[in-house]
Design a protein. Sequence first.
Length: 351
Amino acid sequence: AARSEPPRIWRLEESVVNRIAAGEVVQRPSSAVKELVENSLDAGATSISVVVKDGGLKLIQVSDNGHGIRHEDLPILCERHTTSKLSTFEDLQTIKSMGFRGEALASMTYVGHVTVTTITEGQLHGYRVSYRDGVMEHEPRPCAAVKGTQIMVENLFYNMIARRKNLQNSNDDYPKIVDLISRFAIHYINVSFSCRKHGAKRADVHTVSAISSLEAIRNVYGVTVARDLMEITLSDDNPARSVFNMNGFISNANYIAKKTTMVLFINDRLVECTALKRAIEVVYSATLPKASKPFIYMSIKLPPEHVDVNIHPTKREVSLLNQESIVDSIQNAIESKLMSSNTTRTFLSQA
Ligand code: ADP
Ligand code: MG
């Protein structure tokens, strides 16, 4: 019998490697929007506006009034692993910016067409340049610009047939994008956000700088949600456990919804934490069975060295040192808050 020879191993071309990696960083239009908005926040913007066409497949445009990008950095802006935020691996332990991998813009150029318009302080004009597969398509062209940066991503996934089809068939990503901007808007209360469909007169999210998160929640999620919220705070500085503090708003017995809304920021990053969400749902079902799908906005601050932000390319989930004990104390705090508010209610209605 013919002996079967092992297949040869070869090196993938860089462009193939990059496109594969890009598909992981930018999973769908809403993940591109998240990366772009995070870049605007990292650039110190106080105003961020998002325009979307065809659920983001045709166009995503994010404009900000941040610090802009230097002319001399434009040639490498969209190369993989180019960043202004991190230089040594150790920096990751204390990093405050949301970005650090230098992969987001690069990824977008491998799966879409990216055009950047930017102007830095004190310049008379800005520059505009388009990118494909990590590189500039032409020299940056001088253009009129207002303070900050505008990034346009067109024809996302034009070269990934299956992904594009899937996204076209599934409900479009626009509601996810609106949801994302709403979440950012209630945490970054000093930043004004807007999000609209291309050509629409009205924005679907529109916030101006608010004085409190509660006011921001009222602006974004409406009076009926804000009315049924209670403030919660917790600081745990028992050195035997982890040092952390938490504050936010949680819904009371009057808030009835079909599903839980959990808006979670850990060290000012919008993240998900399944364990924490579950734990909170458990408390609600046990304490307020009729209002068991809560609205939660929570901001947790931990020493940066207690948070590992580098467990996933999208930075969606983070892992926490002493996660169990943090989840436990938050669960307890919510439980006592709900119990005491429930008693007050009963008491009031009996009076
Ligand atoms: P990262 O955010 O991880 O550094 P990105 O690919 O998202 O990587 O961005 C690369 C670099 O481009 C950033 O480090 C930043 O210097 C610059 N940049 C991106 N977007 C903006 C923006 N909106 N305003 C100013 N600079 C930006
Ligand atoms: Mg980034």
